[in-house]
Design a binder for this molecule. Sequence first.
Ligand SMILES: Cc1cc2nc3c(=O)[nH]c(=O)nc-3n(C[C@H](O)[C@H](O)[C@H](O)COP(=O)(O)OP(=O)(O)OC[C@H]3O[C@@H](n4cnc5c(N)ncnc54)[C@H](O)[C@@H]3O)c2cc1C
Length: 457
Amino acid sequence: MGGRPELTLKRQITRLPRDTGVTGWNAILGTAPHYPEAEGAISADWLVIGGGFAGLSAAKRLLELRGGDRVVLLEAGRIGEGPAGRNSGFMIDLPHELSGDGYAGSTDGDRLQISLNRHAQGFAKSCAVEYEMPTEAVSQIGRINGVVNARGEAHNDAYAAQLASLDEDYTKLSAAEMTEMTGTDAYRSGLFMPGAVMLQPALYVREMAAGLTGRETSPVSIFEASPATAFSRQGDSWQVTTPKATITAGKIIMAVNGHAESFGFFQQRLMHVFTYASMTTALSGEQQVRLGGLPAWGITPADPMGSTVRRHAGIGGNRIIIRNRWTFDPSMEVDGSRITRFRRDHDRAFRRRFPMLADVDLEYSWGGRLCLSRNSVPAFGEVEPGLFSACCQNGLGTAKGTLAGIGAVELATRSNSPIVQDLLSYDRPVKLPPNPIAKLGATLVLRWREWRAGAEI
Ligand SMILES: Cc1cc2nc3c(=O)[nH]c(=O)nc-3n(C[C@H](O)[C@H](O)[C@H](O)COP(=O)(O)OP(=O)(O)OC[C@H]3O[C@@H](n4cnc5c(N)ncnc54)[C@H](O)[C@@H]3O)c2cc1C
């Protein structure tokens, strides 16, 4: 063979991410450190594309496994402004659905998922220590599955029974205990699970980026406002272009979640779903006393379509964050009118739960992307020689995104780990029906489920 390097066609990246609404998590932190825009000809051993949980975890794992290698990370927008800085920050160890059918096989499956999710939590905690993050970036305060109606009660009872069969800790909370903990009397009971880790998501990703690049000798370079716009294979390496740079790298970790489809992978196999959140103004000392309860807690809804509610204390004050509403958007974009409309739902959910805070307003509202597949499997693996996908989380995205980033690096460095074995054990994401049908079907299902969730919203 020999001689000329093998050239493949340059492939355009068809869509770039667009984040709608201002994420309160990032705004309350104040000005973010700027990373430069990629310019000119850059070469690296590894190119990580995407600065969310998967991309930053991949860069960290590369530092651990391949200390001397040069790593370039491209983020299309700013670190902390993408979905990783706009989620509710629940890094959960327990799967939302436990198999609970009593067969040893499925119990083992649940145990494996729990131990992997705890591995992701441990990774975040150890990064928090190593990079000296403020305590609220990563804190294990547990979470409560809050109940507002009989359906939720039945769900929590069934879930508690499954936790008991797995020897997992939990505490059932009465209405009075819920009020004591959270200040609101909107919940008739709750299930407290101590294993959940709470992130201040924007703070965590900002601190990860700062930690990765902090030392003068760090081999990791982060570039913001530097979307990958095209890529091609040239001999043994990859060439990726951004608006102002060409990056040549031996291997690529593609950590762009649903945008894997914009790179031409898993086409018509990924479901692009949005959810929405709002954050209040900082509560004054007097408002905090009026509310009562603990300064920080997190409630997930017993019905998955209900509202997630958090009280958070740290930089930017003590605030309440409400997340609800789901939409299916194959375009991967939503416009500002959606945010305005759903902010009204957040406001209603907030007023219903916190009538004692009638003088508190929502300050920030935003939406963000998630990626699911119809058969709930990741879009993971070596999709072309030297190009590794760490995408599609199917829920629990803070933990699963972290695992995907770690796993992609472990796969690429041939470290056979339980994470790699698990991520490679799934089928491929199955094909979706054509877009108009998929959108109509998914939208009807979402609306019906939201209607059924009723007062949980
Ligand atoms: C409102 C909301 C609440 C949520 N709450 C929770 C929660 O409480 N717990 C939980 O576990 N999950 C939650 N999620 C989901 C979670 O945020 C995601 O699953 C998670 O961010 C996925 O991580 P990731 O790194 O795979 O992808 P992302 O965080 O989406 O990161 C991918 C990055 O790639 C970048 N990118 C894309 N294309 C390019 C390109 N061409 N060039 C360069 N960069 C590119 C994007 O800008 C983005 O920053 C929530 C999501 C939303 C929107």
